[in-house]
Design a protein around this ligand. Structure first.
Ligand SMILES: Cc1cc2nc3c(=O)[nH]c(=O)nc-3n(C[C@H](O)[C@H](O)[C@H](O)COP(=O)(O)OP(=O)(O)OC[C@H]3O[C@@H](n4cnc5c(N)ncnc54)[C@H](O)[C@@H]3O)c2cc1C
Length: 417
């Protein structure tokens, strides 16, 4: 590739990533480690301001993420886990319950034979660690920057940039600019959105008692809620709340005083985690299942939320995307090592094929879980509660559920073993 623009030569890259959120940066870091001779560029719409945990980028907001065992393994291989781990709280046990019904199941790390079922970390810390590592690499970064236009070439893609007005060329363009990707839409790749008609309220909650690494998933009439253990703050125990609500009740809870919010939370959740004492910043997200109409084309890959954005209750969205990232990096590396065109449709379809079962299973699990528990009919309630009771009685079924949460159910992904 050596096209020249009227004004001079055009910069060439092996790979350009559009979107510097958790997924885009993770791919950039994995590739910088595995393909040190590649020329990489990251384009991000929002400037990164502030440093460390104080960075105020929207991708690294007040949410927390439950990282699965498979994510730990991927970050470990990328040399990032030692920086992330001090900011995580290990999940030793998961309690799944259904408000107003009998069923309750407990999944333990000990029984599953692993050190932890997952690790909870604030997104701000993920951002701080990823951005610090990025600054140590030779990856080029343009922020704020957006794609104005993309033109397919015989080999690669020409990209006109909106802010700088520059034109660049790349062998492979990875689109990771979030759900309802504007960049993918410019290529005629559409987002299919199925709204759940619910909002997810997130907040950090101060607790009176220690949480002992227990994560709670609770299904209520309004929708599912999760309380995930976080590292202590100033010596006080905390957890991360994800609370699904119908829009009108979400609006009321968002407007409520801290005292009223905590009272409503305590009433809905019960006293399994003891008394809830404090609530931090609250943010409400509209919930939808969004999938892209295509994930690969010659010289193009759609990744992360731009490819699939899931209901957060099962805590699978980022974990799945990180497995996509690891598989993509692996497939590209293997293609390069045998001298193949790593951005050819054949190679990119191979990546998609390798991730297909993992994506389908994870999407189905994340989509079905809240729907199953949203059914008010007594037959379904009976079924789901006997399901939970059964799961509590049958260790193999329970360990299967645990393995799924840890990202180990899909052997095709190959990152869990
Ligand atoms: C409440 C909640 C809780 C969650 N909990 C979990 C959990 O516990 N475990 C889990 O695995 N997942 C969880 N998720 C899902 C997880 O947050 C997402 O999967 C993840 O953030 C997706 O990252 P991304 O980089 O693909 O997208 P984003 O985070 O949306 O990043 C996209 C980036 O692209 C940039 N951008 C946008 N448009 C452009 C453009 N035109 N040009 C250039 N850049 C652009 C944006 O500024 C942004 O930085 C949760 C989600 C929610 C909402």
């Amino acid at each position: 590739m050596s096209d020249t623009s009227p004004g001079g030569s055009i910069k060439n890259y092996d790979l350009v990533i559009v979107g510097g959120g958790m997924v885009g940066i993770s791919l950039a870091l994995l590739l910088a480690q595995q393909q040190p001779d590649w020329k990489l560029l990251l384009l991000e719409a929002q400037a990164y301001e502030g440093s460390g945990k104080q960075n105020n980028h929207p991708s690294f907001d007040s949410r927390s993420t439950a990282l699965s065992w498979s994510s730990r393994k991927i970050f470990q291989a990328a040399g990032l886990w030692s920086q992330l781990q001090p900011h995580t709280s290990a999940i030793n046990n998961i309690h799944v319950s259904d408000r107003g019904h009998l069923g309750l199941t407990r999944i333990s790390a000990k029984e599953a034979g692993v050190e932890a079922l997952g690790y909870v970390i604030e997104n701000r810390w993920i951002g701080a660690v990823l951005l610090e590592k990025l600054a140590e690499t030779s990856i080029e970064m343009m922020a704020p920057e957006r794609v104005e236009k993309m033109t397919p070439l015989k080999s690669g893609v020409r990209v006109d940039l909106a802010h700088s007005g520059e034109t660049i060329q790349t062998s492979l363009l990875v689109i990771a600019d979030g759900a309802n990707s504007q960049t993918a839409q410019k290529l005629g790749i559409l987002s299919h959105q199925q709204p759940y008609g619910q909002q997810g309220i997130i907040a950090n909650i101060g607790l009176q008692d220690a949480h002992h690494g227990v994560a709670y998933e609770r299904f209520t009439d309004q929708g599912p809620m999760a309380m995930l253990p976080l590292p202590d703050f100033d010596g006080s125990p905390r957890c991360a709340l994800v609370w699904t609500q119908l829009p009108e009740s979400a609006e009321k809870l968002m407007a409520a005083s801290d005292k009223d919010f905590l009272e409503a939370l305590q009433q809905s959740f019960g006293y399994r985690m003891g008394m809830v004492k404090k609530v931090g910043e609250r943010v409400a997200y509209p919930l939808a299942l969004t999938t892209a109409s295509e994930q690969v084309r010659r010289n193009i890959v759609v990744l992360g939320n731009a490819a699939h954005s899931l209901h957060p209750v099962a805590g699978q969205g980022f974990n799945l995307s990180l497995r996509d990232v690891a598989t993509l990096a692996d497939v590209l590396g293997k293609a390069k090592s045998v001298g193949a065109d790593f951005a050819s449709l054949e190679i990119l379809e191979d990546y998609q094929q390798q991730q297909l079962a993992d994506q389908q299973n994870t999407l189905m699990f994340s989509d079905n879980l809240p729907k199953l528990f949203a059914q008010p009919s007594s037959a379904v309630a009976l079924g789901r509660n006997s399901g939970l009771v059964m799961m509590d009685l049958l260790p193999s079924l329970r360990s299967g559920f645990a393995k799924f949460g840890m990202g180990m159910a899909n052997k095709e992904a190959g990152h869990g073993s």
